[in-house]
Ligand binder design. Structure first.
Ligand SMILES: Nc1ncnc2c1ncn2[C@@H]1O[C@H](COP(=O)(O)OP(=O)(O)OP(=O)(O)O)[C@@H](O)[C@H]1O
Ligand SMILES: [Mg+2]
Length: 133
């Protein structure tokens, strides 16, 4: 595959699709693992706040995460699941949110992304389907 330089150097990578079950989470996890295996420092952020599942893939609990960072009840260092594989960290959702749009549009979410860009070579976002019905 030939990529434009700006695509090749992308730091934040977000997977999306229209309907559930099309393989977003699967693709996110596998592409992230590939980058990590090549020695880049990678984090996956689970942004599917209604139906979180990245933590299941790595067989860990979803206790604290994005919702805590945005809501101020946790810091990045408290919520990041470190080294789930070599070079690979995960930030779970931290439970389910009633108002995901509000969380993902907040200033503190933006600040979290800025912080993650500073810490990692690649930041992957797993997102919900656009048409969740
Ligand atoms: N390319 C693939 N090859 C084999 N299995 C796949 C592939 N893509 C997805 N799957 C399987 O299909 C199922 C659904 O995939 P996944 O959970 O990634 O979809 P999703 O788009 O994230 O769904 P949702 O919108 O509900 O979050 C999973 O069990 C996954 O393991
Ligand atoms: Mg998914």
């Amino acid at each position: 595959m030939r990529l434009k330089p700006e695509a090749k150097d992308a730091k934040c990578i977000l997977t999306t699709s229209t309907i559930p079950g099309e393989g977003k989470s699967f693709v996110t996890t596998n592409v992230a693992m590939t980058y990590a295996a090549h020695g880049e420092k990678v984090v996956i952020v689970d942004c599917d706040l209604r139906k979180p599942n990245i933590h299941k893939t790595v067989q860990l609990e979803n206790i604290k995460g994005v919702i805590d960072i945005v809501g101020g009840s946790g810091t990045l260092d408290e919520v990041i699941l470190k080294n789930v594989a070599p070079n690979l960290d995960v930030i779970p959702t931290g439970g389910r949110a009633k108002n995901p749009t509000h969380i993902l549009n907040s200033k503190s979410f933006e600040q979290m992304v800025t912080d993650l860009r500073g810490r990692y070579d690649r930041v992957f976002f797993d997102t919900p389907p656009l048409a969740s019905g």
